[in-house]
Each structure stands twice: as structure tokens, then as C-alpha cells.
Design a protein around this ligand. Structure first.
Ligand code: GLY
Length: 439
């Protein structure tokens, strides 16, 4: 029976750990207090910085359980080269996460654009901007609103859309000067595309891919998509307005070219791939790639996958995803899909003031008891929490992810909001309209 080592500390990693821990030994590396209560920590004696290259001591601590499948949660360690560093010391380590080169699909928006251009993957037109003068020149080629992206990782703050050219220029200035994101970096100006968005989550084993779910998330802080952008305030799966024909179109026009492109370019990719799509009048277009699962989409997608998760992860980590035979649509030799079965809705409970401020240390009274009394199909995933001598307290912006699985999105939604009202946590707020339009 495989064991799993989960890297990371957020709600996505808690969801991975808690679902795997139902029947498997799970270890935590760089985890939160809550994750360390359900997964044995491997980093008791070493400091872990997920954004920096792995120290030799930290690598040895992670490899203390050499048989465990190492599952990368957040993108930063992959972008920092951990997969390559681990592979150098332990060539046979089983890992789910791309190496540093392939992780550029997320860590460099321009690299990802070039990959898409080379491989005829439909996406918005874009230009690379190294100076504000580049911006002045390229702006003439684009209609407002102006989509500006920082090339590198920017903790979810690197993309903004502007109606006003002066505001767009100021954002570019912040990126290229280094004032906004630490070091100077290049920016992109990209064609604005309108339409509904959806995310497709793939698990790749190096030669074969499994679509494990589709989801939509809610970026704005308040109901009716008002307020500032956040990391995500809720999600649901599957996306109901995607018909079988749409699925075929997404595979033929987007996913197959991605898989062919990885092969053609010699990019070995093993791990999760998040394909952010938009449905435009001209068809589906790629908005972004992430080399990880989405947060909070994972907290909806994984409860639906449920006990299928460990086998999928183990097979993918050994390059044997093709052997997964249970309940799967074989679309092509190298592409399979978990069929849409049940549905799930996840609502994020956030600190008051998130995203601009996140007071920490506020009590979350009754959380342990509520977690013990969950009905079947209900989940409370810890995200920004900390164990204090008095019990659980807030420790970040997005504090809890409450999710439910049911036969339909409307039933899952009702179960999730019922659980939230039972929790009655006065220090947290949440959107009341997650999945409201979905039936
Ligand atoms: N929910 C969006 C993301 O994970 O990037």
C-alpha cells in the first residue's frame, strides 16, 4: 500500500492529505498545524522554505521515507527546482510534480505563450514588455481593456485588467522596475478575451494524461462578483454548461495539442496540470497554465474523486496511468477522463478584511467538534488555521474550506451552506452565492 508525502501547507494540501489519510500513511513536509495532525511531519528538525532551493538537510528529511510518493502542492518548490534536486540524490524517487524546466509553464507566462505558439494551442495574442516604452509601442496593437501580466510568479497578484491606458502603464512600470514584485521582471500585454471561464485538471504520468475534473472558481471577494480579487472564494465541480460536444472540442483543440506539444518539445511532465480556459465566440482558448491543482478547486474536485485518488496518484507517479481501468472514459491512447458522476461545492470561509488584511489569532470555537460530527459527504478543510493552547485560531486570509458532495450541484450547495450555518463562526465571512446560478 503506497504512502504519500505532501508538500505544502494550504487548504489544497490539507484536502490531499485528509483524503489520502483515510486509508494510507501520509507524511507532511512544510505543512500547517492542521496537516501535521493528520500526516506525520518529516520536517521536525529542519527549516523548510518552499520558495527557495531545497537545502541538503531538508532534502534528506524529505527522503527519509523513500518509498512514499512525493506530491507537490504549491508551484514555488517546483519553480525553485526541488524535483531536479531530489532526482539528483534519489533517481528512483516517485514524484508528482514537473521539473524546473517544465514548471516554466507557470513560472514564466512568456515561456508558456511561446510553448502555445509553437504548438498551435489556441490562446490570446500577446507581446513581451521589457520597458514602459515597449508598452507604449505595443499598446497600439491592442484594444482596451488591457490585460497585463507579470512574467513570473507573483502570488496571484501578477495579472490585472485596465480600461485606462495610464493605469495599465503604471502597473507595467511596477513590474519592470521591480517596485511591485521584488525584482525587476518582464511583463506581457495580452489580448482581452470575453466569455465564461473554466478550469480543467489533468494528472500526467510522463506519457499519458487523465482528466480528473472540471471546476469553476470565484475570484472576487464579495457576492455578485464585487470587490477585490482574491485567491478564490469558492468553487464547484463539474462545470455543468460543458456538454459532451464541448468536451470533445476541448480535447481536440486544446488538450491534444498540449500533450502533443509536450512530446514534440521533449518536455517530460509528470504531475498535475491546471489548464485555465475561456470560452470565446471563436472557441476555447487557454488563459493560463498552472503546474499544480487549483485552490479552492481541489477542495471540490478531490471529494468527488474520493477513494480513487490514491491509486491514480500512485500510478501516475510510476508512469503507469494507462493501467487505471476503473470507471474511466478512454478518449485516446494517451488521454483518459474520469466520467462526471457526483458534484461538489466548496465555500471559502475567510478572515474579515481578506484580502487586504487577515487578522490572526481569532478563535474558531467548536471547530474540532463540528469536524467530528460531519455527515457523509461533508468536509471541513483547514487552510489558514493554527493550533493555539486555547484551540484553533485564524492564521491567514482563507481560513477554512467547507465542501460537500451530492448528486447535483444544487444539493451539494445546500449541504455546504447548511454546514456553514451550523459552524456559526463569527470571525469568518464567506460569499453566499457560490454555485447559485448552477441549478
Ligand atoms: N483558484 C485559482 C488558482 O488556484 O490559481
Amino acid at each position: 500500500m503506497p504512502a504519500f508525502s505532501i508538500i505544502g501547507k494550504g487548504g489544497r494540501e490539507y484536502a490531499l492529505a485528509s483524503i489520502l489519510a483515510r486509508a494510507h500513511k501520509v507524511y507532511s513536509f512544510g505543512g500547517s498545524d492542521a496537516i501535521r495532525e493528520i500526516a506525520e511531519p518529516l520536517d521536525r528538525d529542519v527549516a523548510v522554505d518552499l520558495e527557495k532551493p531545497l537545502s541538503d538537510e531538508a532534502r534528506d528529511a524529505l527522503l527519509a521515507k523513500p518509498d512514499a510518493v512525493i506530491v507537490f502542492g504549491p508551484e514555488q518548490p517546483m519553480a525553485a527546482g526541488w524535483v531536479d534536486q531530489i532526482r539528483m540524490k534519489a533517481p528512483d524517487a516517485r514524484m508528482l510534480g514537473p521539473n524546473q524546466f517544465a514548471a516554466q509553464l507557470e513560472s514564466s507566462k512568456w515561456w508558456a505563450k511561446e510553448f502555445m505558439r509553437r504548438n498551435a494551442i489556441p490562446t490570446g495574442a500577446a507581446e513581451r514588455i521589457k520597458t514602459v516604452e515597449d508598452f507604449d509601442r505595443f499598446t497600439l496593437q491592442f484594444e482596451p481593456p488591457y490585460v497585463i501580466k507579470a512574467d513570473g510568479l507573483a502570488a496571484g497578484k501578477g495579472v490585472a485588467i485596465f480600461k485606462d491606458v495610464g493605469d495599465a502603464r503604471a502597473f507595467v512600470d511596477g513590474i519592470v522596475s521591480g517596485d511591485s514584485f521584488g525584482l525587476p521582471q518582464t511583463a506581457l500585454i495580452e489580448e482581452f478575451m470575453a466569455g465564461p471561464e473554466l478550469s480543467v485538471f489533468l494528472l500526467l504520468d510522463g506519457s499519458c494524461a487523465m482528466q480528473i475534473g472540471t471546476a469553476r472558481d470565484y475570484k472576487r471577494a464579495y457576492d455578485n462578483d464585487e470587490g477585490p480579487n482574491t485567491g478564490g472564494m469558492g468553487s464547484f465541480t463539474p462545470v455543468p454548461d460543458i456538454s459532451d460536444d464541448d468536451q470533445r472540442e476541448i480535447y481536440e483543440t486544446v488538450l491534444r495539442p498540449i500533450l502533443d506539444g509536450l512530446n514534440k518539445d521533449g518536455i517530460f511532465y509528470r504531475g498535475f496540470l491546471y489548464v485555465g480556459l475561456i470560452r470565446t465566440a471563436q472557441g476555447f482558448r487557454v488563459l493560463e497554465f498552472n503546474v499544480r491543482l487549483g485552490d479552492p478547486e481541489t477542495q471540490a474536485v478531490l471529494p468527488v474523486l474520493g477513494d480513487r485518488l490514491p491509486a491514480l496518484l500512485e500510478l501516475a507517479a510510476t508512469g503507469a496511468l494507462n493501467q487505471y481501468s476503473e470507471d474511466v472514459d478512454r478518449v485516446a491512447d494517451a488521454f483518459m477522463r474520469i466520467p462526471t458522476g457526483s458534484a461538489a461545492v466548496c465555500v471559502v470561509m475567510a478572515s474579515e478584511g481578506y484580502p487586504s488584511a487577515s487578522p490572526s489569532g481569532l478563535p474558531l470555537t467548536g471547530l474540532d467538534e463540528a469536524s467530528r460530527q460531519l455527515a457523509p459527504g461533508q468536509y471541513i478543510f483547514h487552510a489558514g488555521t493554527r493550533r493555539s493552547p486555547e484551540g484553533w485560531v485564524t492564521n491567514g486570509g482563507r481560513v477554512l474550506n467547507v465542501a460537500s458532495v451530492a448528486d447535483s450541484i444544487s444539493s451539494a450547495r445546500a449541504k455546504t451552506y447548511e454546514l456553514i450555518s451550523q459552524l456559526a463562526l463569527p470571525n469568518l465571512r464567506y460569499r453566499t452565492d457560490i454555485a447559485r446560478q448552477e441549478g
